[in-house]
Each structure stands twice: as structure tokens, then as C-alpha cells.
Design a protein around this ligand. Structure first.
Ligand SMILES: Nc1ncnc2c1ncn2[C@@H]1O[C@H](COP(=O)(O)OP(=O)(O)OP(=O)(O)O)[C@@H](O)[C@H]1O
Ligand SMILES: O=C(O)C[C@@H](O)[C@H](O)C(=O)CO
Length: 346
């Protein structure tokens, strides 16, 4: 009988091993250009602020802000944008020695964000010949993965070769060296050629992962070859426990999230009110807060609560990466919510 696991701690011997790096991520590094004049369509937007972007980059920056030892495996263009990214990672204290530089003339992916209202946001992508998808298997540092307690992979890196093979090699290294593998589904349809190809590669990667985080819609995409007509979260999660997964988190935007553990328990945590500026970045900051909690050995609900509060801070801010909070800021946000000092705007 499934249980509602109130005080379940998620344990993995890999997380308590002595390792140099707490958290390593592999995948896309790009640029976000976020509209300065918000609450209007892109056609009427004249100026943008430049930030480092890309889901795994944002999560890694979040983990570093939370005080963890982090490293990144990726590829940047040999241009001003690529150098901006490398410098930002260094400034954030992230080990970027495994970020290689493309020499083929590839460019940095650009994401122009349109903020029409706090709930109506979209992204206009420029990702032709993007350097991040050219990360090759021989550029994946086995040493960095071996030294990490946790490796994060992100779905977009599976969209094309050679980055797809690079991620599968990183998964092999993580298995070989006992790193916990977290998969943030991060499904960006514009990066993929067909929905069938997407589902096949997402499923192949997810089979190898210990923790899977995604939205209901992302799991729907992965279930295109299966039967789950009710879009039941428990049915979704159960499938993965037959493979490597120990923990599956399904996110429902403002409604919060639900986590399932392999023992059949489900876990929920409240979400917090937020003065939302834009919705993107919620998933990345949630992932950073949640995975940080797991690395601290916290109970699952506490990890979810911490992730939810981190998400509120980021969606109340203009950027994704630069707005990633410190641990003090997340605790402070939770306390202010408890005192009723923060109310939602939508
Ligand atoms: N409007 C909101 N108010 C409060 N919390 C929110 C809101 N939107 C998202 N969150 C928090 O952020 C978490 C992740 O959000 P969501 O489910 O939208 O992820 P996502 O779709 O991956 O995000 P992204 O837009 O970055 O891709 C939610 O589970 C919730 O805790
Ligand atoms: O690449 C994208 O789709 C946009 C990102 O650059 C952005 O930072 C993001 O991933 C927010 O979740």
C-alpha cells in the first residue's frame, strides 16, 4: 500500500562519500537576453539585459550560490559571448576546466525572452550551429565526474550528436564511479527534430538515472509510446523504479510538486506565494534548491520546500542565473512567508 511519506529522508551512500566536488553538471551554456521593458510584446521591446543561461548552467550557478563545490562540462563558442560565459562561471566559483572551446566557428545560443505578463512569457531562440551541442565524448572529463557526488544531466544536450554521445558517456562514468545521477528533463521542443526521436532518447537516458525531475507535460512527452490516459503522476513515477530511479519529482507550476520514492511513498510540500515577474527559471531554481537539500541529507519534503522557495525568489527577479539565491536568502524567504509578509500577485 503506498504511503504518504511525511518524514522520509532520501539516502544514498554516494552522497556521503568524501569527494572533491559536490555537484557537476553537463550540457548547455548559452546567453539569455531578457526584456527590460516588461509586460509588453517583443515587438515593442527595445532593450535587453544579458545573462548566462541554459538550464544546467543555471542549476550549477544555483548550487554554487548555495555554497557547494561545483564543476561544469560543456562547450562554448570562441567568441565574446563564449568568453562572457566562461568568465561568469569563474566568478561564481564553478570549476570550468572541463568547459571546452569550439574551434569550428559555431556560435553561442541566444534566448531572447518576451515578458508579456507575469504568466505569459515566451522565448525566441537563435540556436543555429550552437556550440553547446558540439561537445564531444572525448571532451567529457572522467576525472570531474569521478570526483563528483552528483552529476546532473539535462535533456536538451540529448538533441543532437555529438553532445548526445557525450552525455551517455558521462552517464557511464557516473555509474562507474558511484556518482548519483539527476536528470532535469528540460524539454525544449525547438531543439529537436521529431517528437518520436525526443521520446526515445529521453527514455534511454532516464533509465540510467537515480533522480528524475520534470513537469507533467515533460513526462507526457516521454510517455507517448505508453498508456497513462489519466496522466497519473504515480503511474509515471512507478515506471522508473523498475530501472535505476530512486526518486521521481513531478512539477505542477504554481500548484507545487509531488515526489515519489521507490518505497512507494509520495511527498508533497507547499509552494509559496511570489510577486512573479516572469515564470521561466522556476524549474532551474527549484532543481538547485531541491538537489541542494538532498546533498545535505534533508528529508524529501524539506528539500521540496527549499526548492519551492528558491523558485519563488527567481521568478520574482529579472534573470534566471544571476537571481539564484544563497541559503540565507532562501531561509529568509520562507520565514517572511511564514510571517505573512509576502503575498502573490497572480
Ligand atoms: N507562480 C508561481 N508561484 C509560486 N511558485 C511557483 C510558481 N511557478 C512555479 N513555482 C514553483 O516552481 C516549481 C517549478 O515550477 P514549474 O513547474 O513551472 O517548472 P518548469 O516548468 O520546469 O519551470 P521553467 O518555466 O523554468 O521551465 C513549482 O513546483 C513551484 O514550487
Ligand atoms: O535555452 C533556453 O531554452 C532558455 C534558457 O537560456 C533559460 O536560461 C532557461 O533555460 C530557463 O529555464
Amino acid at each position: 500500500m503506498p504511503t504518504q511519506g511525511r518524514r522520509k529522508r532520501w539516502e544514498s551512500s554516494s552522497l556521503t562519500r568524501l569527494k572533491k566536488t559536490d555537484f557537476a553538471a553537463i550540457g548547455r551554456l548559452c546567453i539569455d537576453l531578457n526584456a527590460n521593458e516588461i509586460n509588453r510584446p517583443m515587438e515593442e521591446t527595445l532593450t535587453f539585459t544579458k545573462y548566462v543561461g541554459g538550464s544546467p548552467a543555471n542549476i550549477c550557478i544555483g548550487m554554487s550560490r548555495l555554497g557547494l563545490a561545483t564543476g561544469f562540462i560543456g562547450k562554448v563558442a570562441d567568441d565574446q559571448m563564449g568568453r562572457f560565459i566562461a568568465q561568469y562561471l569563474a566568478k561564481e566559483g564553478i570549476d570550468a576546466s572541463s568547459v571546452s572551446i569550439d574551434r569550428t566557428g559555431a556560435t553561442t545560443g541566444l534566448a531572447f525572452t518576451e515578458i508579456k505578463s507575469p504568466t505569459d512569457c515566451s522565448i525566441l531562440m537563435y540556436r543555429d550551429n550552437a556550440a553547446d551541442l558540439l561537445l564531444a565524448p572525448d571532451e567529457v572529463s572522467e576525472a570531474l565526474v569521478a570526483d563528483a557526488k552528483m552529476l546532473l544531466i539535462s535533456g536538451t544536450a540529448l538533441a543532437a550528436s555529438p553532445s548526445r554521445e557525450a552525455v551517455f558517456l558521462a552517464l557511464d562514468y557516473a555509474k562507474r564511479h558511484g556518482a548519483v545521477i539527476a536528470f532535469d528533463l528540460d524539454y525544449r521542443p525547438y531543439t529537436w527534430r521529431s517528437e518520436q526521436e525526443t521520446a526515445v532518447y529521453y527514455n534511454l537516458a532516464a533509465e540510467k538515472c537515480d533522480i528524475i525531475l520534470g513537469t507533467r507535460e515533460e513526462f507526457d512527452m516521454m510517455e507517448r509510446f505508453e498508456r497513462n490516459p489519466e496522466r497519473d503522476d504515480r503511474v509515471t513515477a512507478s515506471k522508473w523504479f523498475a530501472y535505476s530511479a530512486q526518486l521521481v519529482v513531478i512539477k505542477h507550476g504554481k500548484e507545487g510538486s509531488v515526489a515519489y520514492t521507490k518505497d512507494g511513498a509520495s511527498h508533497t510540500a507547499r509552494s509559496f506565494p511570489a510577486k512573479v515577474v516572469k515564470t521561466f527559471g522556476a524549474g532551474d531554481s527549484y532543481a538547485a534548491g531541491f538537489l541542494y537539500g538532498l546533498l545535505q541529507g534533508w528529508e524529501v519534503e524539506r528539500c521540496m520546500e527549499f526548492g519551492s522557495a528558491a523558485a519563488c525568489i527567481v521568478i520574482s527577479s529579472h534573470s534566471c542565473s544571476d537571481a539564484m539565491p544563497t541559503t540565507g536568502a532562501v531561509h529568509d524567504y520562507i520565514e517572511r512567508c511564514n510571517r505573512g509578509e509576502i503575498t502573490a500577485n497572480s
